[in-house]
Ligand binder design. Structure first.
Ligand SMILES: Nc1ncnc2c1ncn2[C@@H]1O[C@H](COP(=O)(O)OC(=O)CCCC[C@@H]2CCSS2)[C@@H](O)[C@H]1O
Length: 369
């Protein structure tokens, strides 16, 4: 169901389907500026989905500002194992989110601003949005050298990326969203976006790594707040609308019916990992066991995030082929995830409870894999 658009009373009126559409169109201005009160990546991505699915954007536009606590955000068609360091993320409690738009992987924290430009499909224009950001940057610091590229990145001093773009085009509406690096933790960004996993083969979209820089490095007065206000002012001037940032709470079911279930869906394993395009892992590693250096080979095919084919080859004298096969086949159908694999093999190992040596060997393998 599409809901008529309004700037009056922000979303209260947006949800009021009794407002007569024709008369209403003449009285409302064309743009609305919103900012999320939440720093939760799933809640903020859910707001994007909700607006995209529920608001009739014909002749109207919305600009949505949002910031997240530390998170890694992968594109719709990406492979998280290939794009980031999942172990490090788990260790540091950094969230992983899969967005609905395509493109590469980015790191978010409170020093990164996200901007979503919602329009009707026929008004979707990424370069126009980026130029608006450039005008705002120029207004706050005329000495900045920032340019938009053909890929819709924003580059500082001709080589440092400060913004990446992605988009989603629906039947009638579309959105273009982009980042803006203000004071992000660059060390976390580069460590987390480096995958330690080897031997992955897939057709998933690969990210395009760049040198990055924060705007605050160029001018310490360029805080997130200053930048958001400058972009909002430029947006209001361009769309001849009120220069007012409406704060919205993305958990408010009265304004956004169904929003919490959207946020929940974005947090499911099935969405984050299960949507990974089919891939395979073909690798080997060495284990040290009682002064023996053993080579273990691993071949795994993963579909919908679950193990479809699994072959683990260890030297026969160390782990007899038959046992290796039994344990490998026990993993088939399980999520490609350390906790589930460990749980499953623990169940299998219970069939030979006394064999402590086998248990310790298998645990070594699981840890390495
Ligand atoms: N926050 C941020 N901003 C700009 N560039 C970044 C950021 N994080 C990482 N990077 C760099 O971009 C590349 C990936 O570039 P690549 O071009 O592959 O991907 C993108 O740019 C995607 C942008 C998605 C924007 C959405 C807006 C709201 S939700 S996420 C990465 O390897 C880093 O070098």
């Amino acid at each position: 169901m599409l809901i008529p658009f309004s700037v009056k009373n922000c979303f209260q009126l947006l949800c009021n389907s009794k407002v007569p559409a024709a008369g209403f169109k003449n009285t409302v201005k064309s743009g609305l500026i919103l900012q999320s009160t939440s720093n939760d990546v799933y809640q903020n991505l859910a707001i994007e989905d909700w607006i995209h699915d529920h608001i009739n954007l014909e002749g109207k536009t919305i600009l949505f500002f949002w910031r997240n606590s530390p998170s890694v955000v992968i594109g719709r068609h990406q492979n998280p194992w290939q794009e980031c360091n999942l172990n490090l993320m788990r260790e540091k409690g950094i969230k992983l989110a899969r967005r609905r738009s395509g493109g590469g992987t980015v790191y978010h924290d409170m020093g990164n601003i996200n901007l979503t430009f919602f329009t009707a499909k026929n008004k979707y224009d990424r370069m126009q949005n980026l130029k608006l950001i450039l005008r705002a940057l120029n207004a706050v610091q005329p000495q900045l050298d920032v340019q938009a590229t053909k890929r819709f990145d924003l580059l500082l001093d001709g080589r440092f990326k400060i913004s990446g773009t992605a988009s989603k085009i629906g039947r009638t509406s579309a959105y273009h969203h982009c980042t803006l690096l203000c004071s992000t933790d660059e060390t976390s960004l580069s460590c987390l976006l480096r995958s330690p996993y080897q031997g992955i083969k897939s057709n998933a979209t690969a990210s395009i790594p760049s040198l990055v820089k924060n705007l605050v490095e160029k001018d310490p007065t360029l805080t997130c707040e200053v930048l958001i206000n400058a972009i909002a002012a430029e947006y209001a001037a361009y769309h001849q609308t009120d220069n007012h940032i409406n704060l919205i709470n993305p958990t408010d079911e009265t304004l956004f019916p169904g929003i919490n279930s959207k946020a929940k869906e974005l947090q499911t394993w099935e969405w984050i990992y299960g949507k990974t395009p089919k891939f395979s892992v073909n690798t080997y590693f060495n284990v040290l066991y009682e002064q023996l250096d053993l080579e273990i080979k691993v071949f795994i095919d993963i579909k919908n995030g679950r193990i479809e084919i699994c072959n683990i080859e260890a030297p026969d004298h160390w782990l007899p082929l038959q046992i290796c096969e039994r344990l490998s086949s026990g993993l088939i159908g399980s999520k490609f995830c350390p906790t589930e694999a460990t749980m499953l093999t623990n169940i299998l190992l219970r069939t030979c409870p006394q064999d402590y040596e086998l248990h310790s060997k298998w645990n070594m393998l699981c840890e390495k894999i």
